[in-house]
Ligand binder design. Structure first.
Ligand code: DGJ
Length: 722
């Protein structure tokens, strides 16, 4: 059950497992006192003593705020740490004195204007209103607590109730104060084709952070951070996880102060950011989420996964079996015509695949990546009868039809650019800087957003499209607009995101049947913001099974299998040159939204037989693979073996995957301790006929037999005996 208790001194949010507690101290300072395992009652004295505070009166004038755990710290009044809010008055003064006004609880989950946020009936919302007298600025802190996951979501609405403009120079989403610094900071960082690798280091005095200034959450680092006790492992120990429901430039970091207390913060990246709040205007801060688990990193991920399943991903596809797809990108790149596509699709249909996706190159005069983005009309040289004709042929084969777009982009060589050069993102008078030979549209301009919406809606209405791959292949340069006045130019990166979200929200509402997959040169924008509109994200352009073990392992810290696009591609792999057996590629891709990225006509009969068998098996078990409970078992970051298991919600079936990157001569076979099973149940391994009790599998383990050779893999199905 969720509850919010508000008394004169304390505000306590809780569900059956976690508590989140704030204090209201004289003279109206909102403190953060506790986040962790559920508490039945709470006395603030101890925690205040821990911070060296003798009574509940904060003597602001003596600068004592520097040692106070604050709920939404601002700047300039004695707290010397990095704060969450910097608001500059018209006279240039930037200190901010937020005092508690009132708080109220309500049923249901708050919504945010223009921004994605978690949803859910089984939630409760808390609104805490703070006020700065001088600025005449009201800050409403928003919180939600859920019945089914150990997550607190946060946001804030900042309102200028005065008559002069206020300049917001920082407005963070998250702030979590912890009384000691015995934590490791875990982040997910990497690069194109190496997304979301796991990094873990001990925090120490000063600041450790990850951020993006790219206008996208980025390949380089995810809008995620966790603080885990040094002894916390996958299966046990305390951990706090934080993530943003946001897809643009962000900041996420932990500061350790001189007394060994920690402040974890996250939100909009405030470099090159400010927002002018005119009299009467409001600014809504992107949503942040905080997770607590005392069941290790696996426990933290379980909370994030439940959040994604029940409160982030929405619509028809949220809980539906995702179609097994074949995408032509690595099969043909730009070199295709209708005949070629139909031959690939025909083989896909014969093999049991359900969706054919036509990737880049079908529009304008696009033979390579130098032109045509923005000219979303069919390239007649390749497809003389048009897209509708192709989609009809595909549908006749019993397949669904999907199409690739990169709607946020504009090529300098395009009719669109020739007609509307002012629609490209730019600073006036500054030469364009291209990335992948393309520019980005100015989505801070409502006219451009309207154009993109109408273009997409037109295709969706007319072309028989069941699935959209929404790509975004470069980051911001000259992040500005011809339309914004100079004193608002720093608003551009966030205004762009608001424009993008408005298009996505209209499209997904108008076309609820369509399955959208988000992509950004692979996993360059894999975040909770995009997942709020598009239920799956192309995890990485790196389709090599061994690389994917690391990428999918890291991705699973926050994101569940049903959100990760994962495909079987050709060998030698186009990104790494590695040759892996087809069953390895299948086993690894199976732990996500399964598909193919190759021309099946080029496989041997034996390989086709394996593909056919895999498709049959995946259709049988995809409910479990996508929506079961996912547990990481053996880490590719610690050895040669990657193992994970997905267990059905009723714990009656499970799929175990083990992949070894390099063969180990004269070495013991891997012993994998499973998780998530019912200790009392007896399970049969369908592939071998062996029978084990759940407690044996979880405490002693299982030693699956791997084939010989590098990149060997096995996937086992466990079924509980009646
Ligand atoms: C980048 C994507 O990640 C690829 O899958 C493919 O769609 C290309 N873009 C097409 O240009």
């Amino acid at each position: 059950m969720t509850e919010i208790q508000i008394t004169d001194r304390l505000i306590h949010l809780r569900n059956d497992r976690i508590s989140y507690i704030m204090g209201i101290m004289e003279p109206g300072i909102l403190t953060h006192l506790y986040f962790g395992k559920r508490l039945e009652s709470f006395r603030p004295e101890s925690i205040l003593r821990r911070y060296g505070l003798k009574d509940e009166e904060l003597r602001l004038k003596k600068g004592i705020l520097n040692n106070v755990p604050l709920e939404y710290p601002s700047w300039g009044l004695g707290d010397m740490r990095e704060g969450s809010l910097i608001a500059r008055a018209a006279d240039g003064g930037a200190s901010c004195d937020l005092r508690f006004r009132d708080a109220e609880a309500a049923d249901g989950k708050y919504r945010l204007d223009g921004l994605p946020s978690a949803y859910g009936e089984n939630a409760k919302t808390l609104r805490v209103r703070l006020y700065d007298e001088k600025l005449r600025m009201r800050v409403t802190l928003l919180y939600a607590v859920f019945e089914d996951c150990d997550v607190i979501t946060r946001s804030a609405v900042i309102e200028n109730q005065g008559s002069e403009a206020i300049e917001l120079e920082r407005a963070a989403s998250l702030c979590l104060e912890l009384p000691d610094d015995r934590y490791d900071l875990i982040t997910l960082s990497g690069a194109w084709a190496r997304e979301r690798a796991v990094y873990r280091r001990r925090i120490c005095p000063g600041e450790m952070s990850v951020s993006s200034l790219r206008g996208a959450s980025s390949h380089i680092t995810s809008p995620f951070a966790a603080l885990a006790r040094p002894e916390t492992s996958e299966s046990q120990g305390e951990v706090y996880g934080a993530a943003l429901v946001y897809s643009g430039s962000f900041y996420m970091g932990a500061q350790v102060d001189s007394n060994g207390a920690v402040r974890l913060q996250g939100g909009l990246n405030d470099r090159h950011f400010s927002w002018k709040l005119d009299a009467g205007e409001t600014f809504t801060v992107p949503e942040g989420v905080l997770v607590y688990s005392d069941c290790g990193l696996d426990g933290m991920s379980a909370q994030f996964h439940t959040l994604c399943a029940n409160h982030i991903v929405r619509g028809k596809w949220a809980k539906a079996p995702r179609p097994i797809l074949l995408n032509n990108w690595e099969a043909t790149y730009f070199a295709f015509d209708e005949e070629k596509l139909l031959s690939i699709a025909k083989k896909a249909a014969e093999t049991g695949i359900e969706l054919f996706v036509l990737d880049d190159g079908w529009f304008g005069h696009r033979d390579d990546d130098h032109s045509s983005l923005g000219d979303w009309f069919v390239y007649e040289k390749k497809l003389p009868d048009g897209i509708r004709h192709l989609s009809d042929r595909i549908h006749e084969m019993g397949l669904k039809f999907g199409l690739w777009f990169e709607p946020e982009m504009i090529s300098p060589d395009s009719d669109l650019f020739r007609k509307h050069p002012d629609w490209a993102m730019q600073f006036q008078g500054r030469e364009h800087v291209e990335g992948r030979n393309q520019l980005i549209l100015d989505l801070s301009n409502p006219e451009v957003c309207e154009h993109v919406y109408q273009m997409m809606a037109g295709h969706l209405r007319e072309d028989g499209i069941d699935y959209i791959k929404w790509d975004m292949n470069r980051n911001f340069t000259n992040p500005g607009s011809m339309r914004l006045p100079p004193d608002r130019m720093k608003e551009f990166p966030h205004r762009y995101m608001l424009g993008l979200y408005s298009i996505l929200s209209r499209l997904t509402e108008a076309f609820p049947e369509v399955l959208f997959e988000s992509c950004s040169g692979g996993g360059g924008r894999f975040d909770l913001g995009m997942l709020s509109f598009m239920p799956q994200t192309w995890c990485s352009d790196n389709t090599d099974a061994i690389s994917r073990c690391r990428i999918q392992w890291g991705t699973s810290y926050v994101f569940p299998p049903f959100s990760m696009g994962a495909h079987v591609s050709a060998v030698p792999n186009h990104q790494t040159g590695r040759i892996t057996p087809i069953n390895t590629r299948i086993n690894v891709a199976m732990s996500g939204c399964f598909g193919f990225e190759l021309d099946l006509n080029r496989l041997t009969e034996e390989e086709i037989a394996q593909v056919r068998a895999a498709v049959v098996r995946i259709k049988e078990v995809r409910e479990i693979l996508l929506y079961g409970e996912f547990h990481r078992l053996s880490s590719p970051y610690e050895g040669h073996d990657t193992a994970w298991i997905t267990v059905s919600k009723d714990h009656k079936r499970a799929i175990l995957m083990l992949t070894r990157d390099l063969a180990q001569p004269n070495a013991n076979a891997p012993m994998i301790r499973l998780r998530g099973l019912d200790a009392q149940k007896t399970y049969r391994v369908l592939e071998t006929g062996e029978v084990y009790r759940g407690d044996e599998l979880m405490n002693s383990g299982i030693t699956p037999e791997l084939p010989k050779g590098d990149a060997a893999s096995v996937s086992l199905t466990l079924a509980a005996e009646e």
